[in-house]
Design a protein around this ligand. Sequence first.
Ligand code: 5GP
Length: 184
Amino acid sequence: MSGPSGAGKSTVVEGLAAYVPFHFSVSMTTRPARPGEVEGVDYRFVDRERFQQAIAAGELIEWADYGGNLYGTPVAEVTGPRRQGRDVLLDIEMAGARNVKRLFPDAIMIFIVPPDLDALEARLRRRGDTSEADIARRLAIARDQISEAATLFEHHVVNDDLDAAVRQVAGILGAVPNPPVIPS
Ligand code: 5GP
C-alpha cells in the first residue's frame, strides 16, 4: 500500500484489521519516533549505523531514503509470516513499492489517494477569479503527478470517507463482497 503523504494510509491500515487478517510489516527506520508511536509496533527505530549494518547483513528486502530518513523492510517481516501462510501488508513509499513488485510479482498494489483534487477544484471555482482554462490546467498538473506516481498500482482508492475507503480496500483483498463504489 502506498500513496502521497497525507492520504491517510496508516488510518486505513488500522481500520482494515477489522475486515481481514494480515501481518503488518514493521519497517526499520532512522526517523525519530513521533508521539504515540510504539517501538516494534509502528516501526523499529534505529540509528543510521544500525540501519547500515542491517543493509550490509542482508536483513532488508528493500530500503529507501525518504525526506532524509532511511526506511526499510526487514526480510523477517515478510518471509516469516508468508511461510506461515499469512498475508503481509506493507505501508511503503513509491521506490520501495516498485522493488517489492519486482521481487513479489503477485503483490497486490494499492494506491491510496487523498481527496485533494476535488478540494482543489472546488477551491479554484469558489474563488471565481480563475479562468476555466487555468482551472483545467492546474487540475491536469495535479492529476498528472498522481497518475504518474500511480501507474504501478492496479488499485486506486480515494480516501474521502475513511470507512468507505477501508471497505473498498477490504473488497480488493476479497473480504467484502460488495464494497461501495467511490468515484475517483
Ligand atoms: P512516515 O515517516 O510518514 O511514517 O513514512 C514516510 C514514508 O515512508 C511513507 O510513504 C511510508 O509509506 C514509507 N515507508 C515506511 N516504511 C517503509 C519501508 O520499509 N520501505 C520503504 N521503501 N518505505 C517505507
